[in-house]
Design a protein around this ligand. Structure first.
Ligand code: PMP
Length: 297
């Protein structure tokens, strides 16, 4: 369960009990899917819970708001501080944080009349589990970038992710792979994709995907570990010639892909660059983030 009688949440600059926090049924977010959110993880460290890339997540939250005309009057610092407060007051260490910006009642298709910010947190295991995934190419494409701002984490965009996930599961797969409107490989319903071919990694270029914080972290880790990685568009046919592949995301972390449709990635996961990155990521997220260490001094 995401909350119980003791859970407290951060709502419009106050800490309140989850069971007493109310929204409004006439909200523009409920009526039209006009809202913005983030998915963030914290990890237990010797300095207490450490929120991985908190600043980057809240910068993306603010950017998502800007792109869809929501004026969010919070600084990144205030949002990070509020997140630590939510963890502390709920005694959480290894947790998932879910900030959501939702709007006041407004039945018109116009700019928001009022903006609310809620931050909740709960314990959540690896979103896609820890077993290698069997994927299917989804009949649902990612939203056309000429129709919506695909780079923004907008609540309404997630109907696309839900349709793709439900379709994949109903057809016996673990997860979907979505293509973009031009037919290139885009991403999963909640994760970015990397493939390995001949000792080099490739990941879809930005433009038609969510710019994942984990994706950026993988690129940083590649630079640090001296692994070659290129951002470029590629087709599902090219992906089906790769040696190995993985998904990455805050909730999913790094998880290997066994198979796409009827193509099995031939390289053993234990020999793959993905496995190396998975291990490195697992250590990296458990290192106290700089704001924690500096707060203590
Ligand atoms: N793509 C989509 C569609 C997502 O929902 C997510 C999860 N936020 C990701 C990619 C991965 O992003 P991140 O690494 O920032 O969690």
């Amino acid at each position: 369960m995401y909350y119980n009688h003791d859970t407290v949440v951060y709502l419009n600059r106050k800490m309140v009990k989850a069971t007493e926090a109310n929204g409004n049924l006439y909200s523009q977010t409920l009526q039209y899917g006009y809202g913005v959110f983030e998915g963030i993880r914290s990890y237990a460290t010797e300095h207490g819970p450490s929120i991985f890339k908190a600043k980057e997540h809240y910068e993306r939250l603010k950017k998502s708001c800007d792109l869809i005309h929501i004026q969010l009057d919070y600084s990144v610092e205030e949002l990070v501080e509020a997140s630590y407060k939510v963890l502390a007051q709920n005694n959480l260490q290894d947790a998932y944080l879910r900030p959501v910006v939702y709007l006041d009642p407004n039945m018109s298709l116009s700019k928001p009349t009022g903006v609310n910010l809620l931050i909740t947190a709960w314990e959540w295991g690896a979103y896609l589990g820890d077993k290698m995934l069997n994927l299917c190419t989804s009949p649902y494409q990612r939203p056309n970038p000429k129709s919506v701002h695909v780079e923004a984490k907008v609540t309404g965009h997630y109907i696309n992710s839900i349709l793709a996930t439900v379709h994949a599961k109903e057809n016996g797969y673990d997860e979907a792979l979505l293509l973009d409107a031009a037919g290139f490989v885009a991403e999963g319903p909640g994760a970015n994709l990397f493939m390995e071919k001949d000792g080099k990694l490739f990941t879809p270029a930005l433009g038609n995907i969510l710019p994942g914080i984990t994706r950026a972290t993988v690129l940083e880790m590649c630079a640090e570990l001296g692994l070659r990685c290129e951002e470029k568009q590629f087709t599902p046919e090219e992906l089906k010639t790769a040696d190995s592949a993985f998904y990455c995301g805050t909730a999913a972390e790094i998880i290997g892909i066994a198979q796409l449709d009827n193509y099995r990635f031939p390289l053993d996961w234990s020999e793959s660059l993905g496995k190396k990155l998975q291990e490195h990521y697992s250590k990296l997220v458990r290192q106290p983030q700089p704001e924690l260490v500096s707060n203590e001094q």
